[in-house]
Design a protein around this ligand. Structure first.
Ligand code: CU
Ligand code: CU
Length: 346
């Protein structure tokens, strides 16, 4: 069961057992983090036979230093950008400056990815507004390809961020202000809509977009989780899977939450090349609100599947302290980066 990638062979071919030279290939595998890595050829058995399982025996070799990327998956979790706020009559106006630009990012230890970004982050900033606010998103294309910014929501065609409508593609150096009202309340997202669409999304041009209901939601520890992946060898399948970009970030350093406190997760699937993604929590259940457009949950469950672009709001409380795993219930994704832990503390 080799879990690795290479510039010569696709991950799927590798998983099917194609011969491969193991030397110098970065590997995601169950080894103790922070220790010297033996040359792997597959069949990774911890030296102690896996006697004490936990983060130490799962995940990538080493971890990604957030300073290299200029963003930290742990900060992205709770980083909500409410824009520059002003008033127009009785209305709140929110304004954001977004720059589309290239950036090289590290998506797993030693694995660089030539990303296209909004504001040098993948995912881009989590924009947050209240239902009915007036929104102005000023974007400048500082990249070397045409890009747009397409929002999910309700708005006029000219502000839909699609080639051929309104300003259409923004050429390098061009700017535009998308302007519309925040509706409907829920959990949405934005992404580039230039063609080829799959590439513009897979390169990293997407972000989360929260519209709070007028009356708000109950106080909670709120977390944004954008499920994404990276095609590192241009074979139109992903070699690395993650939440908020860095493989195993929350395995290496679990997300700390308080016992008994309401935790609200804004969960988005923006994965390209795979039709489905999923989220599973261990030893707990959550209330699920599809697209976040209702205050009443539709389901109490521990696993949900999301197609591309689908998203929802999960609410849960942890009754016990300890370490609780969450991961894609697509096992292959989990092993290639999409798993983590909550650390529940008093
Ligand atoms: Cu684009
Ligand atoms: Cu979309």
């Amino acid at each position: 069961m080799a879990k690795l990638w290479t510039h010569k062979l696709s991950r799927r071919k590798l998983l099917a057992g194609a011969p491969v030279a193991a030397a110098s290939i970065p590997i995601l595998c169950p080894v103790r983090t922070g220790t010297a890595v033996p040359p792997h050829t597959g069949g990774h058995v911890p030296s102690d036979g896996g006697a004490h399982m936990g983060a130490a025996h799962l995940g990538a070799v080493g971890s990604v230093d957030p300073r290299v990327n200029g963003f930290d998956p742990h900060e992205i979790l709770r980083d909500f950008d409410r824009g520059t706020v002003s008033r127009a009559g009785d209305r709140t106006v929110r304004e954001w400056e977004i720059v589309a630009e290239r950036a090289e990012i590290e998506v797993a230890p030693g694995v660089k990815f030539a990303a296209w970004t909004y504001n040098r982050r993948v995912p881009g900033p989590t924009l947050r507004a209240r239902e009915g606010d007036r929104l102005r998103i000023n974007i400048i294309n500082a990249a070397d390809h045409p890009h747009t910014m397409h929002f999910h929501g309700i708005h006029p065609a000219a502000h839909d961020g699609v080639p051929g409508l309104g300003p259409g593609n923004l050429e390098p150096g061009q700017s535009f202000t998308y302007e519309f009202d925040a509706e409907p309340f829920g959990f949405h997202h934005y992404h580039c809509h230039s063609t080829p669409l799959a590439d513009h999304i897979a390169k990293g041009l997407y972000g989360a977009f929260v519209i709070d209901p007028k009356q708000g939601r109950p106080e909670a520890d709120e977390l944004v989780m954008v499920m994404n992946g990276f095609d590192t060898n241009f074979d139109r399948s992903n070699e690395v899977y993650a939440v908020n970009t860095v493989a195993f970030a929350y395995l290496n350093e679990p997300i700390r939450v308080k016992r008994g406190e309401l935790v609200r997760i804004y969960l988005l699937n923006i994965l390209e090349f795979d039709p489905l993604n999923s989220f599973h929590i261990h030893a707990n259940f959550f209330d699920y609100h599809p697209t976040g457009t209702s205050l009443e949950p539709t389901e109490l469950t521990d696993t949900i599947s999301l197609a591309q672009g689908q998203r929802g709001i999960l609410e849960l409380r942890f009754p016990f302290t300890g370490r609780y795993m969450f991961h894609a219930h697509v096992s292959e994704f989990a092993e290639l980066g999409w798993m983590g832990f909550f650390e529940v503390v008093d």
